[in-house]
Design a protein around this ligand. Structure first.
Ligand code: ATP
Length: 393
């Protein structure tokens, strides 16, 4: 039995459709991240699960029990859920212990205090029980909010952008401790985020939304390596985007001739190559007639425009001059320190696991994906023989 089920849930604000027949489930003890660009309906879904928004269409079940459908809509306190919001929503006039005890109504005062203290101990803040929220740092306030959500031992935790108020370094630390706390609690968790890396860090499974619709649901590995469309591929990480046409069962691109994956002859396609899927080889490693190679090796040599160390990886900007048309700007990401000189030449090879071929759909917006492909596709017309643009954060 799932901890949470959405069955074909649709939601409108006036004429605006925020959710469109969304079905999803969160298993017992599972962490599921609702991911997508701003305005795709993530918070609406979370609020519907919590009972903070009145259900319009579909059904919501918690622990197999219907909590909202055409006939009923249970209030949040009757749903066995722990809630945590982006702004933490701590009561400024209540001490930390009282804030945490707030979610423990219907218990004796002694029991509330005991459970609240226990929850504070779990998040390492028992010493701050008597403090007021404004005297705590952002990270401490986040942990108080988490303790409050966990204190009643809910079946389901609902977290709305729980790390967005924290600076980057603290965020990584708090994400880590939150994941361990949530897992140790055994509660099923539905968490909203617009950051793919955060979703991949936290989630057992990711549900990617766009325009109120489910695009893909799967493990982080499935979403990253088997994206269902160009939007999903680009949302999970920077891509080099090329366009081409299917000819003789293959897509000819300036990088290599690729398998067209069963797409019909003459179809216009988009080819997305992750920067880490672009391998740099010594010049001359490739060969053969332009556009005809099928071994993943490129025919052309690319020239280094710039190379930068980004910490764990190096990013190499490359310019590739096809036989015809404008030069292509590509990004390659190489593990560790790899800093060739500007002007150096490399042959290019593709890692097939990092190359995705989809029917061309026109311009695709991936706004809001910070730390990944945060740019919009240019939407340029498809040039003859293909083109490429590296989409960078
Ligand atoms: P963000 O990441 O920016 O918080 P989101 O994916 O959580 O976005 P929602 O907050 O669920 O998206 O909003 C979905 C759509 O519904 C948006 O277009 C938003 O402007 C609209 N919307 C949300 N709440 C309301 C409301 N109370 N009244 C009218 N429109 C709303």
């Amino acid at each position: 039995m799932a901890a949470l089920d959405f069955e074909s849930v649709s939601h409108h604000y006036g004429r605006l459709r925020a959710l469109d027949r969304l079905s999803l489930s969160v298993g017992e003890g599972e962490v599921v991240c609702l991911l997508g660009p701003s305005g795709c309906g993530k918070t609406t879904a979370l609020r519907l699960a919590a009972g903070l928004e009145e259900l319009q269409t579909g059904r919501v079940l918690i622990g197999g029990q219907v909590v909202a459908d055409a006939e009923r809509d249970l209030p949040p306190e009757a749903r066995d859920v722990g809630l945590m919001f982006q702004d933490y929503a701590l009561f400024p006039h209540l001490r930390v212990l009282e804030n945490v005890a707030f979610g423990l109504r219907r218990r004796s005062a002694a029991e509330r205090e005991r459970l609240a203290l226990e929850a504070l101990e779990r998040v390492g803040l028992a010493d701050y029980a008597r403090a007021y929220p404004h005297t705590l740092s952002g990270g401490q306030q986040q942990r108080v909010a988490l303790a409050r959500a966990l204190a009643p031992g809910p079946r389901l935790l609902l977290l709305d952008e729980p790390f967005s108020g924290l600076d980057q370094r603290l965020r990584n630390e708090i994400r880590d401790s939150t994941l361990h706390l949530v897992k140790a609690s055994g509660a099923a968790t539905l968490m909203v985020t617009h950051e793919p890396e955060e979703a991949m860090f936290m989630a057992d499974r990711i549900v990617l939304l766009r325009g109120g619709r489910l695009v893909q649901a799967g493990t982080p590995v499935e979403c990253y390596f088997r994206p269902v469309d160009a939007f999903a591929a680009a949302f999970f990480g920077e891509v080099n985007r090329l366009w081409g046409r299917v000819e003789g069962g293959r897509v000819r691109t300036p990088l290599a001739a690729l398998d067209a994956g069963g797409l019909p002859e003459g179809a216009e396609v988009e080819v997305l190559v992750r920067p880490e899927g672009l391998r740099l080889l010594p010049p001359g490693a490739a060969g053969g007639a332009p556009g005809e190679r099928s071994d993943g090796l490129g025919d052309l040599e690319a020239r280094v425009i710039a190379a930068r160390l980004l910490g764990r990886t190096s990013l190499v900007h490359l310019s590739l001059q096809p036989a015809e048309g404008a030069a292509l700007h590509l990004h390659a990401r190489v593990p560790g320190r790899f800093l060739p000189d500007d002007g150096d030449l490399f042959s290019l090879a593709l890692d097939p696991a990092q190359v995705f071929v989809f029917p061309a759909t026109g311009p695709i917006s991936v706004q809001g994906a910070t730390g990944a492909a945060g740019a919009e596709a240019t939407g340029e017309a498809v040039p003859e023989g293909g083109a490429a643009v590296a989409e960078t954060p």
